[in-house]
Write a protein that binds this ligand. Structure first.
Ligand SMILES: Cc1ncc(COP(=O)(O)O)c(C=O)c1O
Length: 393
């Protein structure tokens, strides 16, 4: 029964999409239900599709750039959703958030200098630090009673001992699903100000919070925080536009902005692609209602998983997410080795999840599960999981 536009099955197979069409390339058997890479199995808002169709029909794809309306639409979105007053001049466009993280690392540190992250965290954080020959410093998040928290003492100790230059904050946090509170952000922010550490806040998941949680833009905490920050945003997660490669990097401090722009200029990159730019503007202009409906649907998906695990698989523990459509799930009570667990998930459950250890060693025994798919897909996946775990008896 179709209750929501998001229940409609979209066949993504054969579109060269990473999630469904690259099993062999990733060394996986065919036919797994893919709940891994962070994109959604949903069509974009109708207005975005129409905008892209108009673009395609025009048939000319020359160079473009953003007009004032682009920045107005962006500014309105962040004001309406997060109470954050911005200025168009703060925006630096980037093909991706990870591209921007890498540029920030190069712009604000030298080879061999330290960059701090909070694992378990989105794995490209560590990858870009290492690829740019910086030193990876980890301030591990601590899980207390099923809630991940920051260890401030260790955070400051590592910053001082390792002379950290840049802190990559993940807010909301992928994969543990935390929506950081004002107090938490201010505490780490104050430590960074004290020791002159630049805060690069990856807020790509900012639009996904569950009822009762409100995302806070790091730079909206106050002038001193804004002046020491780079805030990375994109319509890519929110509206399922990742393949169009458009993101907006906000840098209120003109000195930091200029240094960042110089680094981007060094790469030779100049502007967003025509379709990405148009889709981004249309999504922020017209996608509000669609997003509200989507969030309701995802809340339903989360409720399904929560209830299913409680009723059928009590030995598997969901880390209750406050935001993002990625679930962080603890399989350690099964008592399996990493290899045994992955074998069970692939060969018996026929699922393609993200192994927790890719987000840092502390993620071992966990799996990340993407629930941005039709409920029917999710039901099938969890039924397969329950049958596989049953087979262990
Ligand atoms: C925290 C986080 N940052 C960045 C990205 C990717 O951003 P982009 O595709 O713009 O590089 C993802 C995608 O999953 C993510 O979860």
């Amino acid at each position: 029964m179709i209750n929501s536009q998001f229940d409609k099955l979209v066949d993504r197979k054969g579109t060269n999409c990473l999630k469904y069409d690259f099993a062999a390339e990733f060394g996986r058997p065919e036919g797994l239900i893919p709940l891994w890479v962070a994109d959604m199995d949903f069509c974009v808002p109708e207005q975005v599709k129409k905008t892209l169709l108009r673009c395609a029909e025009h048939g000319v794809f020359g160079y473009t750039d953003a007009k004032p309306e682009y920045f107005q639409v962006l500014g309105k979105w962040f004001l309406d959703h997060f109470g954050w007053k911005t200025d168009a001049s703060w925006v630096v466009k980037s093909p991706g958030v990870v591209f921007a993280l890498a540029a920030a690392i190069r712009a604000f540190s030298k080879e061999g200098e330290s960059i701090l992250i909070q694992q378990p965290v989105y794995h490209p954080f560590a990858n870009v630090i290492k690829a740019n020959e910086r030193k990876l410093v980890v301030n591990q998040l601590v899980c207390e009673d099923g809630v991940y928290r920051m260890d401030y003492a260790d955070f400051e100790k590592k910053i001082v001992e390792e002379e950290v230059k840049v802190f990559l904050l993940c807010s909301p946090h992928n994969p543990v699903g935390r929506v950081w509170t004002r107090e938490e952000l201010q505490r780490v922010g104050d430590i960074c100000l004290k020791h002159k550490v630049l805060v690069v806040s990856d807020e790509i998941h900012c639009d996904f919070t569950y009822p009762g949680y409100q995302h806070l833009v790091y730079a909206s905490l106050g002038q001193v925080y804004a002046d020491n920050s780079i805030v990375c945003t994109a319509p890519s997660k929110t509206f399922n536009l990742a393949g169009l490669q458009a993101s907006n990097i906000w840098i209120p401090n003109p000195t930091i902005r200029e240094q960042f722009q110089k680094e981007i200029a060094k790469t030779g990159y100049s502007d967003l692609n025509t379709c990405g730019l148009a889709a981004c503007q249309a999504a922020y202009a017209y996608g509000g209602e669609w997003l509200e409906e989507l969030k309701e649907y995802l809340t339903g998906n989360l409720e399904f998983v929560r209830t299913f695990l409680k009723e059928n698989l009590p030995q598997i523990h969901l880390i209750e997410p406050q935001g993002t459509y990625l679930l962080w799930v603890d399989f350690r009570e099964l008592g399996l080795s990493a290899e045994e667990l992955n074998q069970l998930l692939v060969e018996k459950a026929h699922l393609w999840l993200n192994d927790g250890s890719m987000f840092g060693e502390c993620g071992s025994g966990f799996q990340r599960i993407n629930i941005a798919c039709q409920r029917e897909t999710l039901k099938k996946a969890f039924k397969q999981l329950a049958e596989a775990i049953d087979s262990l008896k």
